[in-house]
Design a protein around this ligand. Structure first.
Ligand SMILES: C[S@@+](CC[C@H](N)C(=O)[O-])C[C@H]1O[C@@H](n2cnc3c(N)ncnc32)[C@H](O)[C@@H]1O
Length: 274
């Protein structure tokens, strides 16, 4: 019997395009991040962290994993954009138990606001704080974090670099059902301003260009550490990622004092102690 499916009908069968779901599958590892945060706090402070504030939280998947981790853990999210917050409420927070939901609070606010709740750990992940392009504004942000951390608090930032980020380039990562593209369109060596895009291409569909766009300054680790020291953080640390047998990052981050690895691209954590 002839199939009723017409040519091109495959796309009709694809689920609705969900940019936040593809983003999660491409660039987020909330479970691993919870483990890293808790292990790092324990290593530096000798005790367990309870309250996590996720600045630039977007869909706040990290916080949902945090409140699942322990019945006393609390999560606070801060983001300027109501769209990802609403998505996170519908897709991730709804499936939490009422007790977990009660320990989660998401604020539609600017991370520079002076009124933010205090926390044991503040995170700014996926390089979101690179949106601050001047030393003055970055300093204002770090000061605000320092002020709103509890006594033993830590600030955790991720950071990237490598010689690939000094020139335009586009990298494709192939997943089972789609490809993820990290596109660096420009880099200005004088200002370190750079324009990035995320594109996606689902199987059987045209590539969707510029689904997410980031207009950032690429900050270096020593610049960040200097600024963190200037606003009063007592010590800063760098956690560098190990390398697997294919030469890729292995997802295991260890504290280092120096590094002689020459990488096309790398991701590291910068952690600052109050
Ligand atoms: C790259 S997304 C990061 C999402 C998530 N943190 C992650 O790890 O993938 C950046 C987010 O920062 C938010 N944002 C940008 N500037 C902000 C500000 N000044 N205060 C609060 N949120 C801000 C945007 O609305 C966006 O949701």
């Amino acid at each position: 019997m002839k199939s009723l499916k017409r040519k091109g009908a495959r796309s009709l069968l694809l689920p609705e395009f969900d940019k936040y779901d593809l983003y999660l599958k491409s660039v987020q590892s909330p479970r691993r991040e919870v483990e890293f945060l808790q292990a790092t706090y324990k290593e530096l402070r000798g005790e367990r962290a309870r309250v996590l504030r996720e600045d630039f939280c977007g869909t706040f998947k990290l916080l949902c994993e945090w409140v699942k981790e322990h019945p006393e853990f609390e999560g606070i999210g801060v983001d300027l954009d109501q769209e990802p917050i609403a998505y996170g409420q519908e897709k991730y927070a709804q499936v939490l138990t009422p007790h977990q939901q009660n320990r989660l609070k998401v604020l539609h606010a600017n991370v520079l606001s002076p009124q933010l709740p205090h926390a044991d750990i503040i995170t700014a992940f996926n390089f979101s704080y690179f949106v601050f392009k001047t030393r003055e504004v970055m300093k204002e942000y770090f000061l605000n974090c320092h002020r709103t951390l509890k006594k033993n608090g830590i600030l955790t930032l991720d950071c990237f670099g490598g010689y690939a980020c000094f020139e335009p380039n586009e990298e494709e990562t192939v997943h089972d059902e789609f490809s993820y593209f990290w596109d660096q369109e420009s880099f200005d060596p004088v200002t370190h301003h750079a324009q990035f895009y995320i594109h996606f291409k689902r199987k059987g569909e045209k590539k969707r260009e510029r689904v997410f766009a980031y207009d950032w300054r690429v900050w270096s680790i020593p610049e960040l550490r200097d600024l963190l020291g200037d606003v009063g953080f007592t010590r800063t640390h760098v956690y560098w990622e190990g390398t697997d047998k294919n030469g890729e990052g292995d997802g295991v981050f260890k504290r280092v004092e120096t590094c002689d690895e020459v990488c096309e691209s790398w991701v590291a954590y910068v952690v600052a102690e109050k």
